[in-house]
Design a protein around this ligand. Structure first.
Ligand code: DO4
Ligand code: MG
Length: 299
């Protein structure tokens, strides 16, 4: 099942189901159900109630085609919203060898600290964002005003319940100011967390629809002045840690709110010549989830 949130003229914010390119409004069945968080809560309490609810929703006629609202934030005819109002977003880093190697190369004087983390028992785990710092599909991601080297990090993310269950998957762009991180690793929070530092969407795919999260193709494209200037793929099979292991670290003496988004690290490093410029368009596509598109804005 693909769950999403959207804004529709006159009805306001809605939660929906995406099926065969059409959007079905959940609040037509229960008008209190206008968030994906509330739907996921039902799905974790009773699978039967959840599937009955979805069956009912899909018996109604769809509100619109997905393409009709896959539009910039604020568009008159309606638009997609961030698919989950997660209180917190957490991130894991150097979970792919490619990320460790690229970062060690950049910080050669630091004695391979990223490689050390890559092979240590304890993963790198960081607080990424709150909802107010995140954006949804087709909205702007930001380059900090004090960064000249900000890049997208295209990542598979999972949604977790407060009792450690993985309840969905989505796409996350862990936008990062690499120059600030490189200046000193202690500056990592400043490179990771700021306004518009994190894009999530376009949908939350429930776990039953993803047969194997460790075999998904991730594609990243950068479009500049209407021209495709960069395209590369990576497969999640190259990730070095299982999500249960990440969860065990995340939840250790650390209460995690229901519906937290956990982004699992980048396996794709954007080369220096394609570092973000104001006006770039970024597309991240993950099999079984969809395509997350965002525009880049210098803050
Ligand atoms: O240590 C820096 C951050 C690593 C990261 O975000 C990643 O590997 O995706
Ligand atoms: Mg990252």
């Amino acid at each position: 099942m693909k769950l999403l949130q959207f804004y529709y003229p006159e009805s306001g914010k809605r939660a929906g189901v995406l099926k065969d390119g059409m959007i079905y409004d959940i609040s037509k069945v229960d008008d209190k159900l206008n968030s994906v968080l509330s739907l996921l809560k039902i799905s974790t309490q009773s699978e039967r109630t959840f599937s009955k609810l979805i069956d009912k929703v899909l018996k109604n006629s769809p509100v619109c085609k997905y393409d009709e609202i896959d539009k910039p934030f604020g568009s008159e005819g309606g638009y997609l919203l961030i698919p989950i109002d997660a209180q917190e977003v957490w991130g894991f880093g150097v979970t792919y060898k490619r990320s460790a190697d690229a970062r060690d190369k950049e910080a050669a004087e630091l004695d391979g600290i990223y490689g050390m983390v890559y092979s240590s028992e304890r993963p790198e785990c960081f607080f990424k964002a709150t909802l107010s710092r995140c954006v949804g599909p087709n909205d702007y991601i930001g380059i900090r005003s004090d960064s000249v080297k900000t890049a997208s990090e295209p990542e598979l993310a999972y949604v977790v319940s407060d009792d450690m269950r993985i309840i969905g998957y989505t796409i996350c762009n862990d936008v990062s100011a690499w120059d600030i991180e490189k200046e000193n690793p202690l500056y990592l929070p400043q490179s990771k967390t700021y306004s518009r530092c994190c894009a999530i969407g376009p949908v939350i795919t429930t776990v039953d629809e993803i047969e194997n999260p460790y075999n998904l193709k991730i594609t990243c494209r950068i479009i500049r002045n209407d021209k495709l200037i960069f395209e590369e793929n990576v497969n999640t099979s190259l990730i070095s840690r299982k999500f249960e292991v990440l969860n065990e670290c995340l939840f250790r003496n650390n209460p995690i709110p229901f519906g937290t988004v956990v982004t699992t690290g980048t396996g794709l490093i954007i080369p220096d010549e394609f570092i973000h410029c104001d006006g770039d368009k970024v597309e991240i596509e993950i099999e079984g989830i969809g395509k997350l598109c965002n525009l880049v804005k210098k803050l």
